[in-house]
Design a protein around this ligand. Structure first.
Ligand SMILES: Cc1cc2nc3c(=O)[nH]c(=O)nc-3n(C[C@H](O)[C@H](O)[C@H](O)COP(=O)(O)OP(=O)(O)OC[C@H]3O[C@@H](n4cnc5c(N)ncnc54)[C@H](O)[C@@H]3O)c2cc1C
Length: 383
């Protein structure tokens, strides 16, 4: 028996930890295309104001992780194919590694913006430690940063950069920030708080082109305006990495399709984290992947366990106006009701039967989180 995990992000390493809690004997191998350093990805968007270097964010190197997990950790090695019949993965080097059980924890790719202009290739993205390093170097001598995207990552970087003293423009096509998490009123409260930090928030527009101008760039917006910047950061969404699974003939929808046991359409192969769609849900956050890691770790150790998803509110680390939100499931009919003043708001979304299905808390109201979530139905309950 041998287990192979592809990916050493939070999903890969946390699966290995959960597995080793119950099984200290079975040979375990982790393979990763990156350096295998263990770090907490959410820290990437709060590192500048704390002056954290990439090295500061590393919790353990691959050798330490190998020792802790009693595992082989193979770094800088991309898996290019899965041979399901032969039960082995093929590496870019030509080597192959056999498995009895395979876990795909390959994460997601940031969506690349489609831009015109001779400096479109200079637009940066931050979805891992290496990209954070490039971004940090780029802003070291810069003063003006333009951010594309008003979601969690765009807003957190805007907050972080503004607090670190940068001049920040935040550009997105929706009417208000965090469109997937918040209704209008709390979203406006966040926008006002970001503006209070000095962030210039440009709603209802897209970035069309980026052209070089001296050491910096000029970005053209869809309404014809032009903004100067030294660095442009795109944070316009993620796409689960499904190519390996798809090419191996596994079922793929928005992510790699898995059931409550995190099993793909091949029972010898599991998937979790940002690459996976668990029972129809793609939730690219830490709490869901930790629940999945515990379940799949136990299952691999012989204790077949279904994942449960309680209410797992998303915490947005915008210190100017913290947000905790759990949006209602798509397609559920109901209405929002809110109270509060300024940036200290609470709202609840109840469905047609009066059941609480979603909520938001902002500012000082985030401390009400436990009380709000207590009675909410789980997304995936006990089986
Ligand atoms: C800036 C930022 C802030 C965030 N803040 C929060 C937050 O506050 N709260 C929250 O809940 N979530 C947050 N998230 C999301 C959260 O960090 C992710 O959901 C989580 O880290 C994903 O972990 P993962 O292991 O699935 O993927 P990743 O960390 O992307 O790991 C994927 C791994 O797979 C490897 N890999 C991929 N393809 C191959 C291949 N073919 N062969 C070998 N290896 C491969 C990669 O090298 C990597 O090791 C944030 C994300 C970002 C980018």
């Amino acid at each position: 028996m041998s287990i192979v995990i592809v990916g050493t992000g939070l999903a890969g390493y946390n699966t290995a930890k959960a597995f080793r809690k119950q099984d200290s004997d079975t040979p375990l191998t982790l393979v990763t295309a990156d350096s295998g350093r263990s770090y907490s990805k959410p820290m990437l968007s709060t590192g500048l104001r704390k002056q954290q270097t990439p090295a500061d964010l590393v919790q353990a190197g691959p050798q330490d992780m190998a020792a802790e997990l009693d595992a082989r950790v193979i770094t800088d090695s991309r898996v290019v194919a899965i041979d399901r019949r032969g039960q082995c993965v093929q590496l870019a080097s030509g080597d192959s590694i056999g498995y009895h059980r395979l876990v795909l924890a390959t994460g997601a790719d940031p969506i690349a913006p489609r831009l015109d202009g001779d400096a479109a290739g200079r637009v940066l993205q931050v979805n891992d430690l290496d990209q954070y390093e490039v971004f940090r170097d780029a802003v070291a001598d810069a003063s003006r940063v333009l951010i594309m995207g008003g979601g969690l990552i765009g807003c957190e970087f805007a907050n972080d950069l503004a607090e670190a003293g940068y001049s920040v423009d935040l550009v997105f096509p929706e009417d208000a920030p965090l469109p997937r998490l918040l209704p209008e009123r709390p979203a406006r409260a966040l926008q006002t708080a970001l503006e209070g930090l000095g962030v210039r928030v440009h709603t209802g527009v897209t970035l069309d082109a980026v052209n070089g101008a001296g050491d910096g760039v000029v970005a053209r917006l869809s309404d014809g305006r032009e903004l100067g910047a030294d660095v442009v950061l795109a944070a316009i969404g993620l796409r689960p990495r499904t190519a390996l699974a798809e090419e191996a003939g596994l079922r793929v929808a928005q992510g790699i399709s898995v059931d409550r046991h995190l099993a793909t359409s091949d029972p010898a192969i599991h998937a979790l984290g940002d690459c996976a769609e668990v029972d129809g849900y793609v939730l690219p956050y830490v709490a869901p992947l930790n629940n999945a890691a515990r379940a799949v770790g136990a299952t691999l150790a012989g204790d077949t366990t279904a994942v449960t998803y309680p209410v797992m509110p998303v915490m947005v680390k915008t210190s100017c106006c913290q947000v905790v939100a759990w949006p209602p499931p798509e397609g559920v009919a109901g209405a929002w009701q809110g109270d509060g003043d300024g940036r200290d708001l609470r709202g609840e979304f109840r469905d047609a039967d009066g059941v609480l299905r979603g909520f938001y808390l902002t500012g000082s109201r985030i401390r009400e989180r436990m009380a709000v979530t207590r009675d909410m139905p789980p997304l995936l309950g006990d089986q």
